[in-house]
Design a protein around this ligand. Structure first.
Ligand code: PEP
Ligand code: MN
Length: 365
């Protein structure tokens, strides 16, 4: 993996570069932490509303680079246009990242890709604001297709209309899917933009490490109280050291033979349980097929709303007693129910194709 020898890679620094002193002091304090390997700082800030601080612009690239040199750290910043890329290359910025608001727009990503042609600068691509894995993959492909090979993804959570504890809902299933689709791609997590506040940063970071993500991007400021953007979510470099020291960096593979054996035993139990579960589902579905045939032969409608409500209530009760999560149980039962309906509709269509009906409503069984 190109990212760094010592995984996980920690990228840290302020949301925005504000002044030469601010970035220099923050970088200096960060450099005392051996876990930090890249200094970040935003130069052009994509703000939701106008008249907010929109970054210091080109002059900040000099301050960022100089702070990185003094601290002995490579530097990274966000680019959103081809002009940004040109200026970053001119000022020898070491790593670029594409922000969430840019990843959503294939025109912008393509424009950035065009000016990157012929360089081999590392590029990190944040997930798009909306939970669309294909947009994320598309942006990665666009950057890769101009010859950039040092590519990483950053999971920074997804905007959602629902009120959640997070500024951007993590929706972990999306980075996990990306990891499965692109096993060679380093994926970092940005707990700062997921949480939107300091308090959740540690738990999100731990979760990212437990899911075997390859690094963390965490915003820090020498004095977060006076930060010109994202003040609530920035840590001091000292607080970052505390958070990092409290995280458990688990091994992907344990070298201890006992641990390996025990894990193997448990996995075998899981394999057997999964097989049992699938066989039970198959048995259930064959009974469903019989019910379908029986209803058809006896001219009984398959709409059984009461029965479904009763079933759900009863199963949720059993599940609760068994210690299963209610949400999980409900989703599982609904899925099973939908499949049961599909089978019954198929049975009906088989026996009387002329009067075949199309049913997608869930309330049958
Ligand atoms: C940032 O990193 O400061 C930033 C603006 O991030 P995002 O694109 O994830 O909102
Ligand atoms: Mn920020």
């Amino acid at each position: 993996m190109w990212l760094t020898q010592d995984l996980p890679c920690v990228i840290s620094g302020p949301c925005s570069v504000e002044s030469p002193e601010q970035i220099r002091d923050t970088a200096k304090q960060l450099s005392q932490n051996s876990k930090v390997s890249i200094l970040r700082g935003g130069i052009w800030k994509p703000r939701t509303r106008p008249n907010s601080f929109e970054g210091v612009g080109e002059i900040g690239l000099k301050w960022l680079k100089q702070a990185g040199i003094e601290a002995g750290l490579p530097v990274a910043t966000e680019v959103a246009t081809s002009r940004h890329v040109e200026l970053c290359l001119k000022h020898n910025i070491d790593v670029l990242w594409i922000g969430a608001r840019t990843t959503v727009n294939p025109f912008s990503v393509q424009e950035i890709a065009e000016v990157l042609k012929g360089t081999d600068i590392p590029v990190l691509i944040k997930n798009p604001i909306n939970p669309d894995i294909n947009l994320w993959i598309g942006a990665i492909e666009r950057i890769n297709s101009v010859g950039i090979t040092k590519i990483g993804a950053i999971h920074r959570g997804f905007s959602s209309f629902d009120k959640t504890a997070y500024r951007n809902a993590p929706m972990w299933e999306i980075p996990i899917e990306l990891k499965m689709l692109c096993p060679e791609l380093p994926i970092l997590c940005d707990p700062s933009h997921i949480s939107g506040n300091r308090e959740l940063i540690k738990s999100i970071s731990q979760k990212a490490l437990d899911l075997e993500l390859d690094g963390l991007m965490i915003e820090t400021h020498f004095n977060p109280e006076i930060a010109m953007s994202d003040a609530k979510q920035q840590l001091t470099p000292h607080q970052l050291s505390i958070v990092l020291s409290q995280l458990t960096f688990r091994d992907k593979q344990s070298l201890n033979e006992n641990v390996v054996n025990r894990l193997e035993q448990l996995r075998q139990v899981i394999d057997e349980l999964d097989e049992d579960l699938l066989n039970k589902f198959a048995s259930r579905m064959s009974v469903i097929e019989k019910i379908g045939k029986y209803k058809k032969e006896n001219n009984i409608t398959i709409l059984q709303l009461d029965r479904w409500e009763q079933t759900l209530k009863n199963r949720l009760f059993i599940a609760e007693k068994a210690g299963l999560n209610a949400d999980f149980t409900k989703k599982l039962l609904e899925l099973v129910h939908q499949e049961s309906i599909r089978i019954q509709v198929e049975v009906m269509n088989e026996t009387n194709p002329k009067t075949a009906i199309k049913i997608s409503d869930k309330n049958f069984e």
